[in-house]
Design a protein around this ligand. Structure first.
Ligand SMILES: [Mg+2]
Ligand SMILES: [Zn+2]
Length: 200
């Protein structure tokens, strides 16, 4: 049997508004399309796996226990809505501008979180997808051999400019996660191709 593939999802700026360093669930504002996007991913037979850099831990803004409590609430909100997230992986280390902190192999764009998810969940990374709003998400997607998609929520517009400057291209650019999932379903050959806001 073929291994399952995944849609890796960035958290802040992709599933919820990026408000800096949310320390508890009351500061997390899910985008209105987030739950439905996860549901559609799972209905397509793909795993929904959140991969997030949370250097607020390494910087001492909040502890691991607080972050894990927040992630418990995060996962519960999706589960309650009938769209459970398959898994959530985070890097707690303080990184320098997404470049990966000293001694840390898990801050995106380093592939650590994706490799760990693949090993623990038995995922096939080739043909998986990565959706995020920063250049580090796109580079992470490439690093794990997945198909990277940039969303224009959060830091997306700035990331697009940065990627262009560096001559790097996401596989697709989507207005938001809902449009990214449209693109994925179309790419999977399942969707009706009714979408807007994406470019090659
Ligand atoms: Mg983000
Ligand atoms: Zn790390």
């Amino acid at each position: 049997m073929n291994k399952k593939r995944a849609v890796f999802l960035d958290r802040d700026g992709t599933l919820n508004r990026d408000v800096g360093y949310p320390a508890d669930w009351t500061q997390v504002h899910l985008y209105p399309f987030a739950v439905d996007a996860v549901r559609r991913i799972r209905e397509a037979g793909l795993a929904a796996v959140v991969v997030t850099n949370q250097e607020g831990v390494g910087r001492g803004f909040f502890g691991r226990a607080e972050l894990e409590r927040l992630h418990g609430e995060f996962a519960a909100a999706f589960a309650r809505a009938g769209a459970p997230i398959d898994a959530l992986y985070y890097c707690p280390h303080a990184a320098l501008d997404g470049a990966g902190g000293p001694g840390c192999a898990c801050a995106k764009p380093a592939p650590g979180l994706g490799l760990r998810a693949a090993a623990e969940l038995g995922l096939e990374l080739a043909g998986s997808y990565m959706v995020g709003d920063k250049a580090s998400d796109i580079l992470f997607g490439r690093a794990i051999g997945a198909i990277p998609i940039l969303v224009l929520t959060g830091y997306g517009p700035r990331a697009l400019a940065e990627l262009e400057r560096r001559g790097l291209r996401p596989e697709a650019v989507a207005g938001d996660l809902a449009a990214a999932v449209d693109w994925i379903l179309e790419h999977e050959g399942r969707g009706p191709g009714r979408r807007k806001g994406t470019a090659p």
